[in-house]
Design a protein around this ligand. Sequence first.
Ligand SMILES: NC(=O)c1ccc[n+]([C@@H]2O[C@H](COP(=O)([O-])OP(=O)(O)OC[C@H]3O[C@@H](n4cnc5c(N)ncnc54)[C@H](OP(=O)(O)O)[C@@H]3O)[C@@H](O)[C@H]2O)c1
Length: 407
Amino acid sequence: MTLDNKQGDPAILSALGHLSSTWTWGRPPRLLTITHRPPQPAVPTTLASGIGSQTAADLVDQWIDKCRRHRGLVDVQRDLGVDAVGVAFETGDQHVLYAMDRSGVEYLVESQRSSPARSVAGANLGGQALDGLAEQLAELTWRLAGWAAPTAGARIRDMWPKPGLVDLDDDELHDRLAADAGYVRLLAVTSIDGLAALNGTSAALSSPGDQRVYQAVKRDADVLLVGAGTVRAEQYGPTPLSALQIARRRSMGLAPYPTVAVVSRSLDLDLAGPLFQRHPGRHVPPRPIVITPAASAASIDPALAERADLVVAGETDVDLALAVQQLRSRGHQRFICEGPSLAGGMARAGLLDDICMTITPQLLAVPGPRITTGPSGPVPATDDWQLQRSLIDERGNLFLRYLRLPR
Ligand SMILES: NC(=O)c1ccc[n+]([C@@H]2O[C@H](COP(=O)([O-])OP(=O)(O)OC[C@H]3O[C@@H](n4cnc5c(N)ncnc54)[C@H](OP(=O)(O)O)[C@@H]3O)[C@@H](O)[C@H]2O)c1
């Protein structure tokens, strides 16, 4: 879980602290909603109490089930302005108050029978006792409280085929861009004049709206096929996903994180880079895959072979069609492809079905790569593409989705 950089809300922690100080020992698990909206700041609302031997996890489960069955309940809770949901329970000699807010930040207040309350906020709380609860609570938070408001500049609306009058929430955004299983999608950002990188990275082309789309698109991907040039240039690592996004992936039957598969001939990959690091969080991203031709695999560094799964496809260059086929045989169905040279190779091999691209309102007028590059020579037979949808954010970024027409 990637919560370390998110700030906790002191009002939520203070509501939990208050509840902790009034706790009576011997109570069953109790479910809480917390709101600090006017007129009464820091008012916790007790939703339900557990009975008998129910655990905190059972209680949350029951509520998720109720929320699923009674949509009205969700609306009522949203109207109350719920900021976080939590659960209070005892384990042994300890009383635990554990909550999660709309943006996935976790809160923990623990108190011993014999000593005053100890508080931790917004950290990556990897405690064994809370394992599994975070995911359920994320689901409940989403159902009761809704998604967090987008960051400044990241409000997005429909543009075509129908212009939208209201901002899209994260689920609506995901729905707009969702693709069928089996697709291979190119994900890219470009300036008005077609530049895909400035000073060696695409960072200057991105924006809060682009990041939102990037996350929405990656939410249902199970493999990210990336060129080694992008891994090197962008310090590419596992996609940061919030607890809520992980909960949505799990509800779709997907692993918490997509697998990263790097295509490389040189195998010049930084083993100290973020892609190959172990992560201390509750959900560990899957081992990366390295796809390389037989000629390179023969002399692979044993340290790389230890940190990644190896897929060999092709003799001196990676045969991209074979690579995709091998990943499919490992169970990967939803592909996202990133990197101009790799994208060019995929396009020439006719392997792309879907393109999600952002056009950022910048005119850069300097040399640089386009979103696909490739060798000069005769133009291969091109596919026909059709615009399927466009969205716009408040800063004028355009988000376009194209689908390849059947051949
Ligand atoms: N605007 C955007 O959407 C976007 C997205 C991603 C990246 N970028 C930018 O694009 C730049 C990198 O461009 P790039 O063209 O180098 O990126 P790339 O496509 O990510 O990487 C190219 C490298 O991938 C490997 N590769 C690709 N196809 C292969 C094949 N068939 N067989 C064997 N190896 C293959 C090779 O790795 P080896 O060299 O290891 O052999 C090759 O040098 C960076 O500035 C990055 O920031 C922009």
